[in-house]
Design a protein around this ligand. Structure first.
Ligand code: 13P
Length: 296
């Protein structure tokens, strides 16, 4: 396993994304909030022998530390591990600038709650700044609102509509990509942020993914991966998805494992002992997803 890391360590995220696209697999993107999540993702990546992206939303990276999470990822990168760091959903130019300056491997500007024109204008500004600073950084943007929270949902999030007529249209995706110069695009294709209670989300619209991919000819990123089926993931990858985001399922694994371990060890006070089963529970979910995304 470690040979794999030594061989592919120095390659950039850009290289890994185009390699994934070529090989018709996807890189797993997993959000973390603390060191438990960090080790769960890194351990799973090492065990399965595939690259991964660690994602931190604005809230997650404020909690871990914008620079500190960069140092954590650098520490395993220094060992040759293909582990990359993405600034997930970033809502302002100022916060994009912050992570570009901190040396993140990729950043997502999320202007989905703005008008199409404002989203284009701000995305363009972010792309210009990021590329001037670091030619290897990948900038992703989104069109189509799919909700905002990685949580267990009672129903489809407010403001999200998954009927075919509300999904991202190939022609608007093409216009957006041409005008902004983004490296990757996250469309609304039936996916939702968060996971419906019961664990099964609506099916993805694979044909729409393919039509958007054929139109824009850049890698697509699938957000809201919790609750989707293995079949849908594989079909989405074949249709042009190169990165898949998962968060809610990891948060649920974290909470369930933490509750169980606290219940089962009333006399234990050492956090590293209490949290070992928590890391293992998150890692199990990450490993399962990596097997699917890499068609192993
Ligand atoms: P889920 O919480 O639905 O897995 O979505 C995660 C995500 O897309 C983070 O960007």
């Amino acid at each position: 396993m470690f040979n794999f890391f030594r061989k592919s360590g120095p390659k950039s995220l850009k290289w890994h994304v185009s390699d994934a696209l070529k090989r018709k697999v996807a890189i797993g993107h997993f959000n973390i909030s603390n060191i438990d999540g960090f080790w769960a993702v890194v351990n799973a990546s090492k065990k399965i022998g595939v690259p991964v992206i660690i994602g931190v939303s604005e809230g997650e990276r404020d909690f871990v530390g914008v620079a500190q999470v960069r140092s954590l990822v650098d520490s395993v990168k220094a060992e040759g591990a293909p582990v990359f760091l993405n600034a997930d959903h970033t809502y302002s130019f100022e916060r994009v600038k912050e992570v570009v300056d901190a040396g993140y491997d990729s950043v997502i500007f999320d202007g989905t709650e703005r008008s199409f024109e404002d989203n284009v204008a701000l995305t363009k500004k972010c792309v210009r700044y990021a590329k001037a600073k670091d030619k290897n950084i990948l900038v992703e943007a989104e069109i189509g609102f799919i909700g905002k929270s990685s949580k267990v949902l009672e129903g489809i999030p407010e403001g999200v509509r998954i009927g075919e007529e509300f999904l991202t249209k190939p022609e608007e995706a093409l216009r957006f990509v041409k005008e902004t110069g983004v490296d990757m695009l996250a469309p609304a294709v039936g996916n939702i942020h968060g996971m419906l209670k019961g664990g099964v989300d609506p099916a993805l619209n694979i044909k729409r993914i393919k039509d958007i991919s054929d139109a824009v000819k850049i890698p697509l990123v699938l957000h809201g991966g919790s609750g989707n089926s293995a079949e849908d993931f594989k079909a989405a990858i074949d249709a042009g998805v190169a990165i898949i985001h998962v968060n809610t399922e990891l948060r649920v694994a974290y909470k369930n494992a933490l509750e169980a371990t606290l219940r089962n060890s009333p006399g234990e006070v050492a956090p590293y002992k209490l949290e070992k089963p928590v890391v293992e529970a998150i890692q199990k979910v990450v490993e399962e997803k990596l097997m699917i995304f890499n068609k192993l």
